[in-house]
Design a protein around this ligand. Structure first.
Ligand code: G1P
Ligand code: ZN
Length: 545
């Protein structure tokens, strides 16, 4: 009979969850009891977990398989009645969110460092999601952190590793472990939201080709099942479809920099009509047309404007939301539709209460995250299928759809500049000084633009009343332009400063310009105020998306 062991441990001081769970280098997680401590802190944060169901899975990165076995044994020793785990310990983030919801689970643990590189030298992460399927709110993550700093022991069942390669039920001491096909429920959900007949007809027409790059991350099996099997796309539509523990050495972040091969294919001779990619754990997406990149902010606005054409959203949108740094293209669509548009801090957790309360149906972030009320996470493949449904209905190229959108609503030129691996102190000091200078900015003319307002974004959740402060510095130039600066909360080495630039252009004659050129004066104006180049010692950003 398996017995529970109580193991004495010493707390780690650095287990504070960031924008999206606890994310550290693999080698940090390999320290003695590091994973166990954090998992026990999660469990201790919820005394009412006893008798409940836990959903468990990860993106398959290095250390996923070992960590799954540890967490199963700890769940059995901490009063869970059942754990629903993806086959081989695999679940994409949106699929995990969906499983938590359909099973009425108490919560879920997702093992992922999202788009960060994997492998022994890469990153690992642990994220806790609550019963609505969404990331734990800040009050919960702060509670977990507080507990982790006081932790003296953890509980674990003494038992052998379980074979997780086949769906079915297993016993682990007093607990049931249910191994499920990670794809089936999720794919069924997609069939209920989108017009699969029409999408199948698009592939059958022979006039349309698509390339989906799974970047050797978790969505390969999902995309193959949905695109190639259920929708009849030709084999080979999904590339890099085998999940690998080190993502094939790549950086599984679907953007113009890291999804290079896809971007090149979409610009090459004989390019497909539609290109898309997803990240490590399947919650991000990038949308490309032939020789055309759709910014995530534009993608969100286009989906909102066209939602009525898609079965799952045909009854209309309750409202929409975007994270603060995301471009204001969405706001224009909302105004046209006569629905509310909420502006939230960065991070998906802030959308949860709005979705739960039925205030919004669609939401998204500039960081390649788009989603809806179908789950409580952003959902990469869902966004791709939404676009595919749209293409099947409109039978126009991606580029034509976006250009028509700009003609109707105006174009929001947009770029994000990331300065990575910075020394944390000067980066924090730069923002601190800028914060102090905010009151003096309104009225100043910079780069031909006048500052209309400048503040440090704060947010009060309209449903829960929770307050979040210091969420990013905004420098507004009326309706015309905006710059936002904030520090990343997901990095694992040094600090990353993000500068978000946006400029609105209503005139269709000026919609064909190069975003870098349009935004250069704004970037220079920010540099003049904040002294980025001088103070960070960097000539240019490391990544521009
Ligand atoms: C980044 C993105 C943010 C996203 C998060 C998790 O966080 O900017 O929009 O929600 O990853 O995918 P950051 O590193 O900026 O804190
Ligand atoms: Zn992700």
């Amino acid at each position: 009979m398996a017995s529970v062991r109580t193991v004495a441990t010493t707390p780690y001081p650095d287990q504070r969850p960031g924008t999206s769970g606890l994310r550290k280098r693999v080698r940090v997680f390999l320290q003695p009891n590091y994973l166990e401590n954090f998992v026990q802190a999660i469990f201790d944060a919820f005394p009412e977990r006893r008798g409940g169901t836990l959903v468990l899975g990860g993106d398959g990165r290095h250390h996923n398989a070992e960590a799954i076995q540890v967490i199963l044994r700890m769940a059995a020793a901490n009063g869970f009645e059942r754990v629903v785990v993806g086959r081989d310990g695999i679940l994409s983030t949106p699929a995990a969110s969906h499983l938590i919801r359909v099973r009425g689970a108490f919560g879920g643990i997702i093992l992922s460092a999202s788009h960060n590189p994997g492998g022994p030298e890469g990153d690992f992460g642990v994220k806790y999601n609550v019963g609505n399927g969404g990331p734990a709110p800040e009050a919960v993550t702060e509670r977990i952190w507080a507990i982790s700093r006081e932790l003296r022991e953890y509980r674990i069942l003494e038992a052998e590793d379980l074979p997780l390669g086949r769906p079915g039920e297993l016993r682990l001491g007093p607990m049931t472990v249910e191994v499920v096909d990670p794809v089936a429920d999720y794919a069924d959900l997609m069939e209920r939201l989108f017009d699969f007949d029409r999408m199948r007809a698009l592939f059958d027409s022979g006039l349309f080709r698509m390339r989906y790059d799974a970047m050797h991350a978790v969505t390969g099996p999902y995309a193959r099942e949905i695109l190639e099997r259920r929708l009849g796309a030709p084999p080979g539509t999904v590339v890099n479809g085998e999940p690998l523990p080190d993502f094939g050495g790549g950086h599984p972040d679907p953007n113009l920099v890291h999804a290079r091969a896809l971007v090149e294919a979409m610009h090459g001779r004989d390019a497909p009509d539609f290109g898309a990619a997803s990240d490590g754990d399947g919650d991000r997406n990038m949308i490309l047309g032939r020789r055309f990149f759709v910014t995530p902010s534009d993608s969100l606005a286009v989906l909102a404007a066209n939602a009525h054409r898609v079965p799952g959203y045909a009854r209309g949108l309750a409202g929409v939301a975007r994270s603060m740094p995301t471009s204001r293209a969405l706001d224009r669509v909302a105004a046209r539709l006569g629905i509310d548009c909420y502006e939230t801090p960065t991070g998906w957790k802030f959308f949860g209460s709005l979705l739960d309360a039925g205030r919004i149906t669609l939401c998204g972030e500039e960081s390649f995250g788009t989603g809806s009320d179908h789950v409580r996470e952003k959902d990469g493949l869902w966004a791709v299928l939404f676009w595919l449904n749209l293409l099947a209905v409109r039978r126009e190229p991606v580029e034509a759809i976006v250009r028509a959108h700009w003609r109707e609503h105006g174009r929001h030129y947009y770029q994000r500049h990331d300065y990575e691996g910075l020394d944390p102190d000067p980066a924090a000091a730069l923002l601190e000084d800028l914060r102090r200078a905010l009151p003096s900015l309104p009225g100043r003319r910079l780069g031909g633009l006048e500052v209309s307002a400048a503040d440090d974004f704060a947010y009060t959740d309209p449903v829960s009343g929770e307050r979040s402060e210091r969420q990013g510095i905004r420098i507004l130039f009326g309706e015309e332009a905006r710059a936002v600066l904030r520090l990343s909360g997901t990095g694992t080495a040094g600090a990353t400063l993000r500068l978000y630039l946006e400029r609105y252009e209503p005139d269709p004659a000026r919609h064909g310009l190069d975003p870098g050129e349009v935004l250069a004066p704004l970037a220079a104006a920010v540099d003049a105020i904040a002294g980025l180049r001088a103070r960070l010692g960097r000539e240019r950003p490391d990544v521009v998306t």
